[in-house]
Design a protein around this ligand. Structure first.
Ligand SMILES: [Zn+2]
Length: 86
């Protein structure tokens, strides 16, 4: 009789919840201003939810962006910045 002991799956429980606030979610991102083309590091608030949409002003040219943040299940942030002007 052979004893097959391959039942040891390390199940990673990927909940709908993403790991906010425990240090694994991205806390910042570098984006490119759609107005002036500068690369700017922005601070993200992982505690505000996995999908965020807000308006922020460019610190270089002071024009507004629409920032869309989408956190992946592994805590990495997908950040898109578009011009608010149109
Ligand atoms: Zn700018």
């Amino acid at each position: 009789m052979r004893d097959d002991d391959e039942d040891k799956d390390t199940d990673e429980d990927l909940d709908e919840d993403f790991p906010s606030g425990d240090g694994t979610a991205d806390g910042e991102a570098v984006i490119t201003c759609p107005h002036c083309g500068e690369s700017i590091e922005i601070v993200l608030d992982a505690g505000s939810g996995s999908r965020q949409d807000y308006v922020e002003d460019c610190e270089v040219c002071c024009r507004p962006w629409r920032v869309s943040v989408h956190y992946q299940a592994d805590g990495s942030a997908d950040v898109q910045v578009t011009s608010l002007d149109e």
